[in-house]
Ligand binder design. Structure first.
Ligand SMILES: [Fe+2]
Length: 214
């Protein structure tokens, strides 16, 4: 008996990975790092294991205009992929994260947003990747030693300088402990449909820095 088998992947979870060419990324990252350093000076005493975040309004600051433009262009290309370009999105928050050795970021998602993303400014060897959790409601994982993208319940994506990742805001993720000897600097951002963000759920961040919680 002849049987034809096909696999249809239902409800895939997209992760957009955008890598800036190395030379361009080096120039951009040097500028971003200098601006972030300026923002956090004088350096606060960050307790071991915790992270530091800048205010969430970087996208409103002229010195981050080049980065903001990059996020807007990336957001539009994702909207085009999703065939949602007729609904303009806006950045609802944009902030830098300083992750010293030993720090980690627990599992979370980004409510009241449609897309979230991160861009890596400074990542040294040994710094952790970003780990996404399986959004399916239950996992049954017989340990075969051969997990693949259908059977695994987590997926890690490498954090490298010049890399931007964009993902659905509902997708839970975490950053494992930084086992490197150097701190890691990244910039996170959220995107939401403009009319929703302006009416139903205006961003609640205030322009203050502090230890991270989300
Ligand atoms: Fe996040």
């Amino acid at each position: 008996m002849k049987v034809k088998q096909e696999v249809r992947e239902l409800f895939p979870t997209p992760l957009w990975v955008l890598d800036i060419a190395a030379a361009d990324a080096a120039a951009l990252n040097a500028k971003l790092k200098a601006e972030i350093e300026r923002l956090i000076a004088p350096r606060p005493n960050v307790p071991p294991g915790s992270n530091w975040q800048t205010p969430h309004d970087l996208h409103t600051r002229p010195e981050f205009a080049e980065f903001t433009q990059l996020v807007e262009v990336a957001g539009r290309s994702v909207a085009q992929f999703l065939q949602l370009e007729q609904y303009p999105m806006m950045i609802t928050g944009c902030w830098a994260n300083i992750n010293p050795p030993g720090s980690y970021h627990p599992t979370h998602n980004h409510p009241n947003n449609y897309l979230s993303g991160v861009y890596y400014v400074d990542v040294s060897d040994g710094a952790p990747e970003l780990v996404f959790q399986d959004p399916r409601p239950i996992s049954i994982m017989p340990w075969s030693g051969k997990l693949n993208r259908v059977t695994a319940n987590a997926a890690a994506e490498q954090a490298i300088p010049g890399r931007m990742m964009i993902f659905p805001s509902w997708l839970r993720h975490h950053v494992p402990s930084n086992h490197g000897v150097n701190e890691r600097i990244s910039i996170s951002f959220n995107l939401m449909f403009k009319n929703f963000a302006e009416t139903a759920a205006a961003p609640r961040w205030k322009a203050t820095a502090g230890s991270s919680s989300g």
